[in-house]
Design a protein. Structure first.
Length: 106
């Protein structure tokens, strides 16, 4: 068992990469105006490795996970590089149900 925290995530996180067609911009330049990119469902992101487009349902969740992570990183950065301890504080705060079902089977 590598990380007990991973078990608390109900939704599997999918690694994403920028869409090749629109280069992550979610739109492509049409003749007269910009068009929603069809290769990534207008998100700018596809599955890393396979390059497959995600369904809109899946996209909402995966983009939310990414956004939450990005916001946490921004908040940490805004506090300044000297306050490295803040990142740990954040992760502890995110721990769900501390002490709830906390026995180990060894
Ligand atoms: Zn695209």
């Amino acid at each position: 068992m590598k990380n007990a925290q991973a078990h608390s995530f109900r939704k599997a996180r999918i690694e994403l990469e920028h869409c090749f067609t629109c280069k992550g911009k979610a739109v492509v330049q049409g003749v007269f105006y910009e068009l929603v990119c069809c290769d990534c469902n207008g998100s700018g992101w596809v599955m890393a490795g396979s390059g497959l487009m995600l369904s809109t349902d899946e996209l909402v969740t995966q983009l939310s996970l990414r956004l939450q992570q990005a916001q946490r990183e921004i908040e940490v950065l805004q506090r300044g590089p000297t306050l490295c301890g803040q990142a740990e504080y954040y992760q502890q705060n995110n721990r769900r149900g501390a002490g709830g079902s906390n026995y180990t089977g060894d």
